[in-house]
Each structure stands twice: as C-alpha cells, then as structure tokens.
Design a protein around this ligand. Structure first.
Ligand SMILES: *Cc1c(COP(=O)(O)O)cnc(C)c1O
Length: 394
C-alpha cells in the first residue's frame, strides 16, 4: 500500500471490517468510535461550548444516535433532517434550524415538532418565523469577509452588520426572542485567523444591539474546522488558540459559544472503498493515462468539484512497480464526472481493472451528496462500525 500519511486507527479498523465482510464496492464505512473521538476533541478544546453537529455532513442514523448519547446538539436544514434527529433520540430543544432559506411550511413543521431556534438572514424569512414559530429564539446570520476556504459560500448567505442589528431589533417587535448571531467562515477553512476577523465583526453587532436595547447572548461561530486530506488541517486546539483569545479581546462579557461542526466530526471517521473499472491511455497532444473508478462525482465524491477537496487515495493490492501520473474519473457518462485532472495524482503503472482503491477521510459530504439514480448508479451504501463490529447498514 502506498501511504502518504500515517494510517489512523479508524483506517485500520475499517480495513479489518472490509477484509471480514468484503461488501460490494463502492461503499462508505464510518467508524463510530472516531466520530465520538472527534466530538470529544472539539468539546475539550472549546470547554463549555454547545456543539451542534451539522447533520448534512452525514445524516446516518448511527452517527446521530452516537452523538445524542454524547449530549450533542444538532444543526438542521430541513424537516427531513429534523425527523432524523428526533428519530435518533434528540430532544427538540437540542435542534437548531440553521438554514436561512426555508419555506413557511418548513418553519411551521419545525415549530410543531418543538424546535425553538432558527437562524435567518433576511426580513422575509424573519417575518415567516414570527408567523409560524411565534416566540422562537432567533439568530441573525452575519456575512463575513476573510480568507477563502476550500469550499467557500460566496455571497449566498448572511446580512451585513448594520442589517443584522436592525433585523434583531425587529425580531423583538415581532414577538420573537433575539438571541444572537451566527456566521460560517467557509467549509474546510484552514486559516484559524478567519474566525478572529468574524468575531471582531460580531462584537460590533452585539454592542450596537445592546445600545439599541436588544441584549444578545449567543454567538454561533459555525463550522469550517478542517480535516486532514492530502494536506493537513489545524487541530481543534489550534483553532481554539485563535478563537478563544479573540472572544476575550473583542467581548467585554464573553457570549455563550456555539460551534457547528460537520466535516470535523465525521470526515476522518469514514473511508470509501472503490474499484478500478478501466485504465485507458488516451492519445492527445501528450498521451495521458486515465483511470476510471466505480465512484465519482455523482455517487459520493461531489466535493471534487473544482478539485476543491484532494482526497488521499491508496491502492489496496500491493503493486511493486513504479507509479506514474494519472487523470482520475468517475464511471458515469457525464463529462464533468472527472475527479482530478489538474491536481497531480500518481498511481501504480501496473494498476488494473478490479484493483481496489481506498479513499481516505470521506465520512463528510459523500453519502449525503450521492445521486439516487443517475446512470443507474445506486446511492452510496454506508456501513457504520463500532469496536470493529457492524452496527448499521443504510
Ligand atoms: C454546512 C454547515 C455547517 C457545517 O460546516 P462544516 O464546514 O462541515 O463544519 C455548519 N453550519 C451551517 C449553517 C452550515 O450550513
């Protein structure tokens, strides 16, 4: 096996499971013990913070149940995610509706299910919340500037500081409880300094709101905490070493801190096993070797769009011969289903159809992004294991 980074205990345990069960590929295996380790590391680095797992990263029932058992809270984006959390045993008060884009009927459903906290970033959504979830706690999502992450949100979300303060004041007049602010510095954010800038901006809104008679108390600093792919990410303690001093320096009275990690909880806990379908040397200006896998953009590797996330690949079979450059593509008939053509990847020259490939740290944003029928490919099967034993398959 050609290993770049040292193999983690999760990878060892998942490979032992795969060797025992030999399931059809492609499949995703999640090591629940690593999910819990990741949760505990963040909780330890940010003592006293409320940690809301962003369900969209991986909504597998076993992941949610394990986190309920740890006392986690949840960030959801739809009625279906609310139902999944409640089915996993979460209390409705532990569920926060973080998506600022929602239909009135979705708000009404959340309210009827007992969900009492909502984020908003527009007047229209705020008015819908006031009508369909009267008396709810609301947080304004702040647009933040700063270093680009691997998968930035662009300008899709958030209001500016002035509008946030105005809308939070309006929330009080609409009978809602203005609670605080949320922001997200972009997913796979490798610069811990990104939070410092956003915290500075948030502190100004807290001051303006307080001066206007609206006392805010909660600051949701979002997700964005990174995972080690081919490039390493900061540790939870390295993020905390930037965030906690920034809170102390910008806030006289530090707010209640909320973290909303998705990727950092499940990313490194997962491994996708796939298989080589075809190897072809395509003659163009320069001959290039294309490797086609049974997993691609549409059945789990959506985050290879723009080659944003460069996963670590390992060939399972031993190949003693040298390796060479490749273009890596998925199995479908779509021209965009190419994983890496600019990012340099090398695979053994003796690679053959049927050889298996492990794609590391693929627990986040894989199964949940998988198409259900494109070209007849099936949704990515997910197996959850704990202490090396299978606990669920979906
Ligand atoms: C996706 C999302 C998260 C999780 O982001 P990660 O980068 O996976 O940690 C948190 N909060 C909101 C509002 C999100 O949309």
């Amino acid at each position: 096996m050609n290993t770049v980074n040292p193999v983690s205990p999760a990878v060892d345990r998942i490979r032992a499971f795969l060797a025992d069960h030999d399931p059809p590929t492609p499949c995703l295996v999640i090591d629940i013990d690593t999910v819990l380790d990741n949760y505990r590391s963040l909780a330890e680095a940010f003592p006293g913070a409320r940690i809301q797992y962003a369900v969209k990263a991986n909504p597998a029932g076993a992941v949610l149940r394990a986190l309920v058992g740890e006392g986690a809270a949840f960030d959801v984006a739809s009625p279906a995610e609310i139902r999944r959390c409640l089915a996993a045993g979460a209390r409705p008060q532990s569920v926060s509706y973080g998506n600022p884009i929602k239909k009135p009927a979705d708000i009404a459903f959340a309210h009827s299910a007992g969900v009492d906290e909502f984020c908003f970033d527009s007047l229209a959504d705020l008015e819908n919340i006031a009508e369909h979830a009267p008396g709810a706690r609301v947080l304004a999502r702040l647009a933040v500037d700063g270093p680009e992450s691997a998968t930035p949100f662009g300008h899709k979300f958030g209001c500016d500081a002035e509008e946030a303060a105005e809308l939070l004041s309006r929330a009080g007049h609409l009978g809602l409880r203005p609670t605080g602010l949320s922001f997200h510095v972009g997913s796979q954010q490798l610069d811990p300094g990104a939070w410092e800038l956003a915290i500075g901006a948030a502190a100004k809104v807290f001051e303006a709101s307080s001066a206007g008679g609206t006392a805010l108390r909660s600051l949701n600093i979002g997700g964005g905490f990174g995972v080690d792919y081919r490039a390493a990410a900061p540790s939870p303690h390295e993020y905390a070493a930037s965030v906690l001093p920034a809170l102390r320096s910008h806030f006289e009275c530090p707010p209640e801190l909320v973290l909303e990690p998705g990727r950092a909880i499940v990313g490194a806990a997962g491994l996708i096993r796939g298989e080589v379908v075809l190897v072809a040397n395509r003659r163009g200006e320069a001959e290039r070797r294309w490797v086609y896998l049974d997993i691609g953009r549409y059945n789990g590797l959506a985050e290879t769009e723009n080659e944003a996330i460069a996963y670590q690949l390992e060939v399972v079979e031993d190949h003693p011969e040298p390796d060479g450059p490749v273009i890596i593509a998925g199995p479908t008939c779509d021209g965009d289903d190419v994983l890496y053509q600019r990012t340099p990847y090398r695979l053994p020259l003796s690679l053959r159809p049927g050889d298996q490939i492990d794609i590391l740290a693929t627990g986040a944003y894989t199964a949940s992004y998988s198409s259900i029928a494109f070209n007849g490919i099936e949704p990515l099967r997910t197996y959850c294991v704990s202490e090396g034993r299978l606990i669920s398959a979906e």
